[in-house]
Structures are given as structure tokens and as C-alpha cells.
Design a binder for this molecule. Structure first.
Ligand SMILES: [Zn+2]
Length: 258
């Protein structure tokens, strides 16, 4: 049960994580795709309700509800809207119960079988629209468990989303709008990332939980993060040109008519 255990990690749901610039820009992009006609929204896999809180702060005139499986996330909720316990593959709602159903940074985490069933459930309870946000063309990553040698994605991302996949997520909904959200980084980063790819296999993130044996460094006294670079290195780094890497894609789907 490591996968479910992983999402109970308190660190995943801390309010500060969702104040990061890239998170705010992702929320803003998602909010910008909300059609003006919608009056209620269900956020599936709402986590600590950070997106709902964003909509509340923006003063959107919408009735909001969150659904989340991880008990820890609900306990740490940051929104005023109600949060209900539940799983994306068995939504406890009637057909077409909501004008729009959102699932932001959720479906990349869903295991085989659960993923397919969850997409059908989103389609079932969404009246008119579905809003999805996923990592865009994310490279497949693997870390090796230092305890048992098992290889796995450190954040439990189960699949890769690109332009071939996104229009085909739903049978009864069609993709009507899309936005890409990027992060600014140094132009040398793709090379650095490729070089680090091999090394990364040995670096086991502090939040990782091995799906095979359950090993996690969160239990040990090992340092959680690498120290920040010295200020002289930071000054040097500022001289390197930057570019925007498109990390996420946000898509809006509308129910097909007829
Ligand atoms: Zn292991």
C-alpha cells in the first residue's frame, strides 16, 4: 500500500508548496480556462484544496466542492469550500451533477485500471466541461530504492502526456481549449538534466516511498535536501541565459452534442 501511504505524507500538502510561483501560475492558467457559464465546480483529487482556495481568493462566483482520497490532505485543507473523502474511480455523485469537473495534477498519478475508470467517472459526473492539468511531455524518471533495488518514478507518475494523448482522454468530450505553462530555466539545463539522469538513479528523494518494500528516507535522519549553492556560484549562474520550458499542459473539454 505504499502508493496510498505516499499521499498521506504531510509534506506534500503543506500550504507553502502551493504558494510557489509556478503553482500560482498553473492555478491562474487553469482558472482562465473556466467558461463564464459554469456555476458549480467539483475538483477531483483536490489535495489540500489549494486550487479551490485560489478560486475563492479570486472571488469567482462558483459553488465549489473538493474530493480527495488522502485523509492527511483533507485534514490540512486551506480552502473554505467543503472537501469530501473519496476516490476518483468511484465518484459519489449523480450523472452530470456538476457544470465542470476539474482534475489538476491528478491523473498522472493514477495506477493501471484506476486511471481508465477515473476518466470514465469524470465524464459521467461532468455536465458540460472537464478541466485537466498534467505534466507536459515529462521525461520518464526512475529512482532506485537503496534498500531493495526496485526502480520507480519518485512521484508515482504512471504515464506521459503529449499532443497525441490529450485530445483522446474522453469519449464523450472533445478538447476545446489548451494552455501550456512553463518555468524559466537556464539554457544549459537540458544538458545538465541529461547528465544528471544517470546520477539521479542513485539519488533517492526524501519524499519517495518504495512501492515494493516501503523504504523511505523520511524515517531516517538523512538530510532531506541538497544545500543551496554558494552566493558566488549564484552570481555566476545569473550570467547564463534563460528560456521557458513548457512543463504543464492544461486542457478544457466540452461535452459533445448529439
Ligand atoms: Zn524498496
Amino acid at each position: 500500500m505504499s502508493e496510498a501511504q505516499y499521499y498521506e505524507t504531510r509534506d506534500l500538502w503543506s500550504e507553502s508548496r502551493f504558494q510557489l510561483d509556478q503553482e500560482r501560475r498553473r492555478f491562474a492558467a487553469a482558472a482562465s480556462l473556466l467558461p463564464v457559464s459554469v456555476t458549480n465546480l467539483l475538483d477531483v483529487g483536490a489535495g489540500n484544496g489549494a486550487f479551490l482556495r485560489y478560486l475563492e481568493d479570486e472571488g469567482k462566483a462558483l459553488h465549489l466542492l473538493g474530493l480527495e482520497r488522502a485523509r492527511t490532505a483533507i485534514d490540512m485543507k486551506v480552502c473554505h469550500a467543503d472537501m469530501q473523502a473519496g476516490s476518483a474511480d468511484a465518484l459519489p455523485f449523480n450523472d452530470r451533477a456538476f457544470d465542470i469537473v476539474s482534475a489538476l495534477e491528478v491523473i498522472e498519478h493514477l495506477p493501471y485500471g484506476v486511471y481508465e475508470q477515473s476518466l470514465r467517472e469524470l465524464e459521467r459526473v461532468a455536465g458540460h466541461y472537464i478541466l485537466i492539468s498534467v505534466p507536459y511531455r515529462e521525461p520518464r524518471r526512475r529512482v532506485i530504492c537503496p534498500y531493495c533495488g526496485c526502480q520507480f518514478h519518485p512521484y508515482y507518475h504512471m504515464r506521459r502526456f503529449d499532443d497525441a494523448v490529450m485530445p483522446r482522454l474522453f469519449e464523450t468530450f472533445e478538447l476545446v481549449r489548451r494552455l501550456e505553462v512553463g518555468v524559466e530555466e537556464y539554457v544549459v539545463m537540458p544538458v545538465v538534466r541529461a547528465a544528471r539522469g544517470l546520477l539521479r538513479r542513485r539519488v533517492y528523494p526524501s519524499s519517495a516511498i518504495c512501492p515494493q518494500c516501503g523504504y523511505t528516507q523520511a524515517d531516517s535522519a538523512a538530510p532531506a535536501v541538497t544545500p543551496p549553492p554558494a552566493s558566488s556560484a549564484k552570481r555566476l549562474a545569473r550570467l547564463i541565459p534563460r528560456y521557458t520550458r513548457r512543463n504543464w499542459i492544461i486542457t478544457l473539454y466540452q461535452r459533445r452534442t448529439g
